[in-house]
Ligand binder design. Sequence first.
Ligand SMILES: [Zn+2]
Length: 122
Amino acid sequence: MYEVTIKKSFSAAHLLKEIGGKCEALHGHNFLAEVTVASEWLNSEGLLIDFRTVKRWTEEVLQTLDHTYLNELDFFKGRNPSSEAIALYLYERISEKAMGADVTLSRVTIWESENSCVTYRP
Ligand SMILES: [Zn+2]
């Protein structure tokens, strides 16, 4: 099994309800998204997939989050816009693009600080 991982950063604001502490106040992060696709097979050029393709898919989806107030987006209505929820949001949207290219999106990791990250994998 081969895996290809790309990283893209984005900035967004959020607040997290009912978890206690400072995160209940409005604040922002410079998030880093890591997106990993996997395949057992390589294409005729000897690649799993061109890095640029995965970066483009990720950028297209991140445009809907970058410099937003996450709590106001439809996907996060009724749930906390946690890094867990952001990872799921990205997974669902990027995996649709990956299916069209015959590769599997294996996981999405959201770093919300240098030392803390969350990974979603189905
Ligand atoms: Zn936060």
